[in-house]
Design a protein around this ligand. Structure first.
Ligand SMILES: Cc1cc2nc3c(=O)[nH]c(=O)nc-3n(C[C@H](O)[C@H](O)[C@H](O)COP(=O)(O)OP(=O)(O)OC[C@H]3O[C@@H](n4cnc5c(N)ncnc54)[C@H](O)[C@@H]3O)c2cc1C
Length: 261
């Protein structure tokens, strides 16, 4: 029996697995696909991230440093309210690389990280949990003292164990443009009804455009960009579109009160 069965090798799962393995626990991690794929994150992160990564990660993963944001309240061409700091406030990173780095660190600590293994069932018992996993060789059963459900917004573990659902489901879409852009600010558009849209310069990796909004039935007048990527969207609306449901608090960035540029 394992000490921990971890479901999902995103940042949460790999970080947990690494920490537990470093403390001598027997840890197995199941990841349904390849670690880091498909990309479902903008990788615009707090600088505090580097306290959680192995040595050398910052040099390999950092794409750009951000000092501030321009908030737009009236659509793509509307004037910007600028918020800047003298110091770096956030970093733009290679998010696929981050996931791989953290999974490698978990492996190095002794965790058994298995890709292409999808957890399809979780049962709680008196002395632990039984987890059913579908892998390349079929479905197998694994036992653990505890299960760590690190399987993201559409969590199978949460569903299997009847844990409460988050209050709101958002869908996000990302589009990418080639051509380096090392600007030191991000753009945030607050005209999206329930969340926001953004533009993130990623240094030599180009520019990312993103938008997230509530997951609800389309109504006439909805913007087509709110449609989940790869399902009902028109292919001409973005260069590349990748999407993933995410759940999120209905918090918006605070709106500035002074006049825009
Ligand atoms: C479009 C978009 C943009 C975002 N931008 C940012 C940003 O700029 N900055 C930021 O901080 N956050 C951002 N987020 C949020 C961020 O992606 C999440 O907070 C973060 O990924 C959560 O990490 P996690 O490890 O909990 O889950 P995830 O990263 O979702 O990892 C879960 C893992 O579990 C695996 N999995 C799922 N089900 C199973 C199963 N049944 N069996 C095995 N494996 C399974 C998945 O394949 C995945 O690898 C964004 C999210 C979206 C959707």
């Amino acid at each position: 029996m394992h000490d921990f069965v971890v479901v999902g090798a995103g940042p949460a799962g790999s970080r947990f697995a690494r920490q537990a393995a470093q403390r001598g626990q027997d840890v197995v991690v199941f990841e349904q696909g390849e670690v880091g794929e498909p990309l479902a994150c903008s990788g615009h992160v707090s600088t505090a991230l580097w306290g959680f990564t192995p040595d050398g990660a910052r040099e390999r993963l950092l794409q750009n440093e951000v000092y501030g944001a321009r908030f737009h309240l009236g659509g793509p061409d509307s004037p910007a309210y600028r918020f800047y700091k003298d110091d770096v406030v956030s970093n733009v990173i290679d998010r696929v690389g981050l996931d791989r780095t953290l999974a490698d660190a978990a492996r190095a600590a002794g965790a058994d990280v298995r890709e292409n293994h999808t957890v399809v069932g979780v049962r709680e018992g008196r002395n632990g949990v039984t987890v059913e996993v579908r892998g390349p060789d079929g479905v197998a059963t694994h036992r653990g003292r505890m299960v760590a459900g690190c399987d993201g917004p559409a969590s199978r573990v949460r569903e299997e164990l009847g844990l409460p659902e988050p209050g709101e489901l958002l869908h996000g879409v990302l589009g990418f443009a080639e051509g380096p852009d090392a600007a030191d600010f991000v753009d945030v558009h607050l005209t999206v009804p329930r969340f926001f849209a953004w533009r993130i310069p990623r240094g030599d990796a180009g520019v990312e455009y993103g938008l997230a909004d509530s997951h609800r039935p389309a109504r006439s007048g909805d913007r087509p960009a709110l449609v989940p990527a790869g399902r009902r969207g028109r292919p001409d609306q973005a260069l590349h579109r990748r999407g993933n449901p995410l759940r999120h608090d209905r918090r918006r960035p605070r709106c500035p009160r002074d006049r825009p540029d």
